[in-house]
Design a protein around this ligand. Structure first.
Ligand SMILES: Nc1ncnc2c1ncn2[C@@H]1O[C@H](COP(=O)(O)OP(=O)(O)OP(=O)(O)O)[C@@H](O)[C@H]1O
Ligand SMILES: [Mg+2]
Length: 334
């Protein structure tokens, strides 16, 4: 499609690890497309393969199989990356550089001339709210301040496409809101944004499209409003005075339960089950504190598709290792 800025087709990455060169299938036949003007959320639990996919797209590591184009050019492509603003996971900033020096250097690397790099640096630092610390060495910055500096570096080259690996990581609630606003504003400014995250509420308020990975595979992909099942009615019920026996009966009936002090919280699927539960509660003199019916949220979808369908342990990819044979492909500090 003409306006697809990222096209990924059957992408795979296998790592070999340890003395026995044990195989880790980090990304398995992943396909998706990101179109111009999209805010695209790339989700999945820890170790699902998000960063590995992003590293392939940005040319930091090579795919084991499959194809991907960025701006229609097969990866890895330095030419395509000129139009991409990239925020790596845990951005590494040389400790003796200040945000101003670091972002300016990134501006120069993305092809800006001296004055343009200086001007864009100040604009970008201001845009992400770190201008006040522009001259402090990175070693004296907090985690959130480093993250903001990384975001400024992703913006400085005036990119058409932003690829952001966990942009809200390390930020406080105000910082997260600022990044959400930044993403929405930058889309208005004509940019396309592809980002990975764990924070589902952020995705729900921002994204048009999502792809959810689990164990290296795509398990859900599409337009967010079409994916959330409006027909799935979930009801949150809170009761007081319900004993253990009543709780066990609820669990047997398939309701999700948890206790907060004397309150029993339940999540009930379907209207009939709610009626039955309320009738039972009244019969047992249990007080109904709260009943709220809602449609499926992204969190429900995520739990349904990415967590409840867990594969058997033998299929699960092992955790990251310290002695990583492919680390030579990582940028310093990663
Ligand atoms: N260089 C590497 N060598 C060996 N295995 C690796 C390497 N990089 C990643 N892996 C493995 O690949 C899998 C996917 O890791 P990845 O970092 O892509 O996950 P992620 O979805 O970004 O997770 P998180 O949400 O924790 O950031 C994991 O099992 C990880 O241990
Ligand atoms: Mg990651």
């Amino acid at each position: 499609m003409a306006d697809a800025l990222i096209q990924v087709q059957g992408l795979e990455k296998t790592f070999r690890q340890g003395l026995l060169m044990r195989q880790i299938d980090a990304v398995r036949s992943v396909s998706f497309e990101v179109h111009r003007g999209d805010i695209f959320g790339f989700l999945g639990p820890n170790g699902a393969g998000k960063t590995t996919t992003i590293k392939m797209l940005t040319g930091l590591i090579r795919p084991s199989a499959g194809r991907a184009n960025v701006f229609g050019i097969p990866i890895p492509s330095a030419k395509a990356m000129k139009k991409v603003g990239f925020l790596p996971e845990n951005p590494y900033i040389y400790p003796y550089l200040t945000p101003k020096e670091f972002v300016q250097m990134c501006g120069r690397l993305s092809g800006l001339g001296g004055k343009a790099a200086r001007d864009r640096t100040m604009q970008s630092l201001d845009r992400v709210g770190i201008l006040y610390a522009a001259d402090r060495p990175a070693r004296k910055l907090s985690k959130g301040m480093l993250q903001r500096t990384g975001l400024a570096a992703a913006l400085v080259g005036d990119p058409e496409l932003m690829i952001l690996d966990e942009p809200m990581s390390g930020l406080d609630p105000v910082g997260r809101k600022e990044v959400r606003d930044l993403i929405l504003d930058e889309r208005k400014n004509g940019r396309t944004i592809f980002f990975s995250t764990h924070i589902l509420s952020d995705v729900e308020t921002l994204c048009d499209h999502v792809t959810i990975l689990r164990e290296g595979r795509v398990v859900v992909s599409g337009k967010l409003d079409e994916l959330l099942r409006s027909e799935v009615q979930l009801t949150d019920v809170v009761l007081t005075g319900a004993g253990e026996e009543f709780e066990k009966t609820c669990e047997k009936a398939g309701h999700e339960t948890h206790r907060v002090q004397e309150r029993l919280h339940l999540e009930v699927k379907g209207a009939d089950a709610v009626q039955l539960l309320i009738r039972e509660a009244v019969e047992h003199d249990i007080q109904i504190v709260h009943v709220h019916t809602r449609s499926e949220t992204l969190e429900d979808l995520f739990v349904r598709e990415a967590i409840e369908h867990e594969a058997s342990p033998k299929d699960a990819p092992p955790g990251k290792s310290e002695s990583d044979p492919d680390d030579s492909t990582r940028p310093p500090g990663e």
